[in-house]
Design a protein around this ligand. Structure first.
Ligand code: ACO
Length: 322
C-alpha cells in the first residue's frame, strides 16, 4: 500500500502590515470592533509589484528546504489560488518555471478558501495511484486585489500570503484521508460576481470585488467545519480525544471557536493564526500548519486534522499522521 506523507512545510507573508488602527483611517470602523468580531489584529498586503507567484515561490522554496530534497525530485505541482497572476498560463506553471523545473504536470486548483485542502486531496490521489512520487502543494493568494477597500463588511477580514508542503510516497501514512465537498447552490453567498467571461468590463475597471452575506457564511462555515471533524474521525475509526491538533481555515476567531465548541475539541488543541494575517483564503491552512510545525507544536506521530471552507460553497478535510 502506498501513502503520501508531508515531509516539509513552508510559509510566506508579504512585508507590508495593515493594522486595524490603519483601517480606522480608511473606513468607518474601530480597532475594537474588528478585534472583537473577527479576532484579527493585522493582515499583510502584497506590494504593487508582488504577485501570487512571488508569494508562492517563497513558501515553496521554504518547504523544499525543510523537506531537504533536491527540487528536481518534484514530479507534480498543484497550486490552489483564487487570485491567479494571469488568465493563463496557470500560476502553477509560472511557479514551475521559477523553480527551474520542467516536464512534470503543474496546474491550478480553484476552491477559494478550501483550495489548499482540495489541492492536497488531488496530490494525495496522484501519489497513492503511483502517478507521482514527490508533489509540491501550494496555497497562495493576493486576495487584497479582489477586495473593495471601501467596504467595511469585507475589507477588514482578508489578507495576502502563501503556504506550501512537499508530499512524498511512503509505505506509512501520512495522509490518512481526505474528504472534499462542494455545493454550488450557495454560489451567491460568497463570491466575486464578475470574471473573464461575465461582465469583463468590471474586471478591466478594477472592480472585481468579493461580496459576502456574512451571517449566512458564518453559520454554514461552523456547521460544515464541525461536521467535517466527525466525518474524518469516523472514517478513520478515531475518537476526538486522539486528535492532537485541529488546524481549521483561519477566517474568523469566532468561527474557529464555534467549530471547536460544537465538535468538542478543546481550545488548547486548535491552532489559531488568524490574528496575525486575517483570512488568506487558500494560504490560510498551510500557513497555520507551517507555523505550528516550526514552533514545535506539531511533532512526528501526532494526528492533525486540516480543514477548509470557502466560496462555492466548498469544504474539505485532510487527516494527517505526522
Ligand atoms: N466595522 C464596524 N462596523 C461594521 C463593520 C466594520 N468593519 N462591518 C460591519 N459592521 C456593522 C454592520 O454594518 C452592522 O451594522 P448595522 O446593524 O447598523 O447594519 C453591524 O456591524 C453588525 O453587523 P453584523 O454583520 O451583524 O456583524 P457580525 O457580528 O455578524 O460580524 C462578520 C460580521 C465579521 C462579517 C461575520 O458575519 C463573519 O465573520 N462572517 C463570516 C464571514 C467570513 O469569515 N468570511 C470569510 C470568507 S468565508 C470563510 O472563509 C469561512
Amino acid at each position: 500500500m502506498k501513502f503520501s506523507r508531508i515531509i516539509g512545510t513552508g510559509g510566506y507573508l508579504p512585508e507590508k502590515v495593515l493594522t486595524n488602527r490603519e483601517l480606522e483611517s480608511m473606513i468607518d470602523t474601530t480597532e475594537q470592533w474588528i478585534m472583537s468580531r473577527t479576532g484579527i489584529s493585522e493582515r499583510r498586503i502584497a506590494a504593487d509589484d508582488e504577485f501570487t507567484v512571488d508569494l508562492a515561490e517563497h513558501a515553496a522554496r521554504q518547504a523544499i528546504d525543510a523537506a531537504a530534497i533536491n527540487p528536481r525530485e518534484i514530479d507534480l505541482i498543484v497550486l490552489a489560488t483564487t487570485t491567479a497572476d494571469q488568465v493563463f498560463p496557470s500560476t502553477a506553471c509560472l511557479l514551475q518555471h521559477r523553480l527551474g523545473l520542467e516536464g512534470c504536470p503543474a496546474f491550478d486548483v480553484q476552491a477559494v478558501c478550501a483550495g489548499f485542502i482540495f489541492a492536497l486531496g488531488v496530490a494525495d490521489n496522484f501519489v497513492r495511484s503511483g502517478a507521482s512520487r514527490c508533489a509540491l502543494v501550494v496555497g497562495a493568494e493576493t486576495f487584497s486585489r479582489i477586495i473593495d477597500w471601501s467596504d467595511r463588511r469585507t475589507c477588514v477580514l482578508f489578507g495576502d500570503g502563501a503556504g506550501a508542503v512537499v508530499l512524498t510516497a511512503d509505505s506509512q501514512p501520512g495522509v490518512l484521508s481526505t474528504h472534499l465537498h462542494s455545493d454550488g447552490k450557495y454560489k451567491d453567498l460568497l463570491c466575486v460576481p464578475v470574471g473573464i467571461s461575465r461582465n469583463f468590463s468590471k474586471v478591466q475597471a478594477g472592480a472585481a470585488y468579493t461580496t459576502m452575506q456574512g451571517g449566512e457564511v458564518f453559520r454554514w462555515a461552523v456547521t460544515a467545519m464541525s461536521d467535517l471533524i466527525d466525518e474524518a474521525l469516523t472514517a478513520n475509526r478515531l475518537h476526538k480525544e486522539q486528535l492532537d491538533w485541529l488546524i481549521p481555515h483561519q477566517a474568523n476567531i469566532r468561527i474557529i471557536e464555534a467549530v471547536g465548541k460544537r465538535a468538542g475539541i478543546p481550545k488548547h488543541k486548535v491552532v489559531v493564526t488568524v490574528q496575525q494575517h486575517g483570512n488568506t483564503s487558500a494560504a490560510s491552512v498551510p500557513l497555520a500548519l507551517d507555523q505550528a510545525v516550526r514552533d514545535g507544536r506539531v511533532t512526528a506521530g501526532q494526528y492533525v486534522l486540516l480543514e477548509g471552507f470557502g466560496g462555492g460553497f466548498t469544504w474539505g478535510s485532510a487527516l494527517l499522521k505526522m
